[in-house]
Design a protein around this ligand. Structure first.
Ligand SMILES: [Zn+2]
Ligand SMILES: [Zn+2]
Length: 252
């Protein structure tokens, strides 16, 4: 109840103020909606050449024939990952607005940008869209799951079926400030497939949707539950943004 009022209050304030850009906070010009023209042009797509598996931008001269150090050790359950943008301003501001700002309408703008990532072969009935769930306590506090909003908007745009068939166990804490190997251990086993997931999936393939790709540990754990418990044929991750690999990090 209190949460609903807080959300309504935030939305009312947002509605009463002159509309501001979700990316930079500047007032929007007439004809602009949600994100200003300047921020739209500043959104940065991952540059080429890219890793064939996680699409991380690779240095020129690096062979792009095999997976990069970032994703070489990924679980086989997660086939690959694609992201619309690199997690630098203003993409990070949009992610923040979706996650913490309580303005879930930005999900439509973000899903519009994720839609072109899909291959034609994925726009068929053999693929379903599954959001990465957040922990129940965090979803209660926030009032929504940001990945579910993106997944729903993407399903509306593509006509693909939305299947909320993953559940996240409580606990595990936040992934922020954890190193790569800690993240992997922190999230391993965090997901389970919902009752009846196997029947709903019936061997179909999954486009797993999340807001951000960091190390891929969340995507791997979710993909393992989808393949091993729910019988998904393939799992490919689609996110709005991805962080850039850290230079000098272990293994590079
Ligand atoms: Zn802007
Ligand atoms: Zn890679």
């Amino acid at each position: 109840m209190g949460r609903g009022i807080a959300m309504a209050y935030r939305q009312a304030i947002h509605f009463l103020l002159p509309p501001a850009c979700f990316g930079c906070g500047d007032p929007l010009s007439p004809g602009e909606s949600q994100v200003c023209a300047g921020c739209r042009t500043r959104l940065r797509t991952p540059s080429f050449p890219q890793c064939p598996r996680c699409r991380a931008p690779q240095g020129t001269g690096v062979s792009s024939a095999r997976p990069c150090p970032e994703c070489r050790e990924w679980s086989e359950a997660l086939e690959d990952a694609r992201s619309a943008y690199v997690l630098v301003p203003p993409a990070d501001r949009l992610v923040h607005a979706l996650k913490y700002g309580g303005w879930p309408e930005i999900a439509g703008f973000m899903a519009d940008r994720m839609d072109p990532l899909l291959d034609p072969g994925e726009r068929t009935g053999s693929w379903v869209i599954v959001p990465v769930p957040t922990a129940p306590s965090r979803e209660r506090a926030r009032g929504y799951n940001q990945a579910a909003l993106l997944a729903r908007s993407l399903a509306e745009r593509t006509g693909l079926k939305l299947a909320n068939i993953l559940e996240r166990r409580e606990g595990g804490g936040t992934q922020v400030a954890l190193h790569r190997h800690e993240r992997r251990a922190n999230v391993q086993g965090a997901f389970r497939s919902a009752d009846g997931a196997r029947n709903r999936l019936m061997g179909r393939s999954v486009l797993l949707v999340d807001d951000v790709l960091t190390t891929g540990s969340t995507g791997q754990a979710a993909a393992e539950a989808l393949v091993e418990e729910a019988g998904a044929k393939r799992v490919r991750l689609i996110t709005f943004a991805r962080s850039l690999p850290q230079e000098g990090e272990e293994g590079r």
